[in-house]
Design a protein around this ligand. Structure first.
Ligand code: PLP
Length: 429
């Protein structure tokens, strides 16, 4: 499979090159040259297939022959080491729980898949190691650290703002050791992000083979398709149209969902639910794409002012806004509305959500008014414990600490403090 740059000013590349480069040389996102729908018989018997089998069918055309089928199956088996329950919350409303992985965030799947692809591509290289460089405001870093731990041929350097991530998040970043290094930046998230961007443009660091591990990377983005197939498998027997609501920040997850529709998965409608960082909902209202600097909210993994993957969604619809609006809506919610929803879901349904899931729930409820016969699924993208400082006071409860989290809490934090880009550069060497 070949990938082209959405800026149309860089050569086409293979899956392998796209994964290793992350972004094209013209700074465009990579996009697959073709998307071939799966055979209808696959959907007819999907309930009898294993998650691993479904994932293999979903992704194999995007990998092509660059990873042999047996090896790709191994990578998938090693990625899907936890469950994806579809939990009934209310009549006609389900939560697709994506937080049962090692760091209890949905980014675990993409991070595990990408790391194993990179490991495979590096298997015969002795000295051309890749360095994955990421800036994190909290959640991404932990999933990347855990996903890449011990993967041969890949070093991981994570930058996080000192004192600005939760204790749990900091432990997830700083206690693993081996090929994972944490840099504690004296500054805010934007400072970390700026340093990472500068490093990618710095020719004197070319020998480090830097790559990113956020959803611009196709190997982090594409495996997120699996979730939608798994939810369909679980709900198919109800024989009703399906509406999915994704709490959206960089719009990678929802874009992967729309890809599954192009592959033939019968999904009636998608909702991108956002916090007050509402660039896409405003675009759908007035047709103007007008990104703004991000605002801090209680659903902070979605504090994105200019969602990178939106351009991929537009490409999926050939920039035809009418066709797009038929399949897709986007609504935005304030922190007050999010807290009200959290309480409502707990008090009337007995379900403990967290702020991102609650935003997804709100968008789903609104869209379902237009689809009276449908059942709705919102994606619950993190375990409530990851946002305990919001969830516990809002609901007046104390959450038990899950084993995955407990196991890092008493490990020793190891980080290197830096303040300037020069310090990052000398660290990378
Ligand atoms: C990253 C993240 C999101 C947003 O996902 P996108 O693919 O960037 O839209 C939502 N919730 C949580 C908890 C996240 O970590």
């Amino acid at each position: 499979m070949k990938y082209y740059s959405l800026n149309h000013n860089a050569p086409k590349v293979s899956f392998q090159e796209a994964v290793i480069q992350g972004l094209a040389s013209d700074k465009g996102l990579y996009f697959p040259e073709s998307i071939t729908p799966l055979d209808p018989s696959f959907f007819d018997k999907i309930e009898s297939l294993s998650h691993e089998h479904i994932a293999f069918e979903a992704i194999k055309q995007f990998v092509g022959d660059e990873i042999p089928a047996d090896k790709l199956k191994e990578i998938i088996a090693d990625t899907l080491v936890f469950d994806f329950p579809v939990v009934k919350v209310e009549d006609g409303i389900y939560s697709l729980e994506l937080f049962h992985g090692p760091t209890m965030a949905f980014k675990d799947v993409g991070a595990r898949f990408m790391s194993r692809c990179l490991g495979y591509f590096n298997k015969d290289k002795k000295d051309a190691k890749n360095t994955v460089l990421v800036a994190t405001s909290g959640d991404t870093g932990g999933a990347v650290a855990s996903g890449f731990l011990g993967v041969d041929g890949v070093d991981v350097v994570i930058l996080y703002p000192s004192g600005k991530v939760s204790d749990i998040q900091e432990k997830q970043l700083t206690t693993l050791g081996q090929n994972i290094k944490a840099l504690e930046v004296d500054g805010v998230f934007d400072d970390c992000q700026d340093m990472v961007k500068k490093a990618f443009l710095d020719d004197t660091l070319a020998h480090k083979n830097l790559t990113s591990a956020n959803s611009i990377n196709i190997a982090r983005w594409l495996p997120q398709m699996f979730y939608f197939f798994f939810a369909y498998k679980a709900l198919k027997s109800q024989n009703k149209p399906l509406v999915f609501s994704c709490p959206s920040g960089n719009f990678g997850n929802i874009c992967a969902g729309i890809m599954t529709k192009k592959l033939g998965l019968p999904i009636e409608h998608f909702v991108a639910s956002t916090n007050v960082n509402d660039t896409v909902p405003r675009f759908l209202e007035n047709g103007k794409y007008d990104p703004k600097p991000s605002k801090a909210t209680i659903s902070n993994a979605m504090d994105v002012g200019n969602p990178s993957n939106f351009i991929r969604i537009q490409e999926l619809y050939n920039n035809d806004l009418k066709a797009f609006e038929k399949d897709f809506s986007s609504y935005s919610y304030t922190d007050e509305e999010t807290l009200e929803a959290l309480k409502k879901i707990y008090n009337t349904d007995g379900y403990i959500a967290e702020p991102h899931g609650a935003v997804g729930y709100l968008g789903l409820k609104k869209e379902l008014e237009k689809h009276p016969n449908a059942i709705g699924v919102f994606l619950e993208t993190a375990h409530p414990i990851k946002f305990l400082d919001v969830v516990e006071p809002a609901l007046g409860i104390t959450l038990p600490i899950p084993a995955q989290i407990e196991s890092v809490l008493d490990k020793e934090k190891v980080s290197v403090k830096i303040k300037t880009y020069e310090e990052l550069k000398s660290f990378l060497g």
